[in-house]
Design a protein around this ligand. Structure first.
Ligand SMILES: [Fe+2]
Ligand SMILES: [Fe+2]
Length: 286
């Protein structure tokens, strides 16, 4: 299938997962500088299941507030607008793809574990180098591989082809995609993120996470997600081995400096946070 045909097919898919209308309303409100905390919490309050999830998030180990937060307006004040938006996005995208069948060889729970690990690692890198809002990096990390889900659910033959090549030739998924298909998961994911009206910096981070480009909406955020993905993959495959810095994009190496020298050591200390994020996001009741 050439790229044009694939794009057309993607455009025509009617049952692509949808996100709750509340997310679009929240996005719209946050574009307006004059939106008040009351207006934002009143809007979220229209969707009681979202309220329940945000409160659960605020009260989870993930944020570590000492006292219990019991209403949404307090949550908005405590977390801040952007974090609320990020929570709504995170909860919504995981839910949008839940309940879908696994393909042979593709475990959706493993997929989300990887994405959550990249999200938490992106957040940590952002906290370390202070160039970007940690919460924005978390969401970008969570989303980065979303194109793989679209491939596995709507282009199953292509997905199987890539998967088989990756296994047989001991390649990464992306390397196998380069051999087998014309439109790869970063592009597919970015089309979905665009359709979902996510901010441009998120669309770009999804699109370029394997092939870093300078002319994107937020270069630092892209570098962070790209690096977090590499660290998570490296620590999953060869946890003892230090990062091969010669394989890292020079701008990422420069931005993160000595923090890249002992990734396997500090990644160990992140594991508890990754576990708690997995517990929270993957054990959502309906
Ligand atoms: Fe990827
Ligand atoms: Fe990834």
């Amino acid at each position: 299938m050439d790229s044009k045909t694939m794009m057309k097919k993607l455009e025509r898919i009617q049952d692509l997962p949808t996100l709750p209308t509340i997310l679009f309303e929240v996005n719209r409100l946050l574009e307006d500088m004059n939106t008040s905390a009351k207006k934002l919490s009143d809007t979220i309050a229209k969707d009681q299941s979202m309220v329940a999830k945000i409160l659960k998030l605020v009260n989870s180990a993930f944020y570590g507030f000492r006292s219990t937060v019991s209403d949404i307006s307090n949550a908005v004040v405590l977390l801040g607008f952007n974090t609320v938006r990020n929570s709504v996005i995170s909860v919504s995208i995981i839910k949008a793809f839940s309940g879908k069948n696994d393909l042979e060889g593709f475990d959706i729970a493993e997929f989300w574990k990887h994405s959550i690990a990249v999200a938490v690692t992106s957040k940590r890198l952002a906290e370390k180098c202070r160039v970007e809002a940690p919460n924005n990096c978390f969401v970008a990390g969570l989303l980065h591989d979303i194109g793989k889900l679209v491939l596995s659910q709507y282009f199953q033959d292509l997905f199987k082809k890539v998967w088989t090549t990756a296994q047989k030739e001991n390649l990464t998924f992306y390397e196998a995609e380069k051999k087998e298909i014309s439109v790869k998961h970063p592009m597919i994911g970015s089309l979905l993120a665009k359709k979902w009206q996510f901010p441009d910096y998120l669309v770009d981070a999804v699109k370029c996470h394997h092939a870093v480009r300078k002319n994107v909406n937020n270069y630092e955020l892209l570098l962070i997600v790209y690096m977090a993905d590499m660290i998570v993959n490296q620590c999953a495959m060869e946890p003892e081995k230090p990062m091969d810095l010669s394989a890292v994009h020079p701008d990422a190496a420069e931005m993160l400096g000595s923090y890249l020298e002992n990734t396997n050591e500090w990644y160990e200390t992140l594991k508890a946070e990754i576990e708690s994020a997995c517990d929270f996001f993957l054990k959502q009741e309906e």
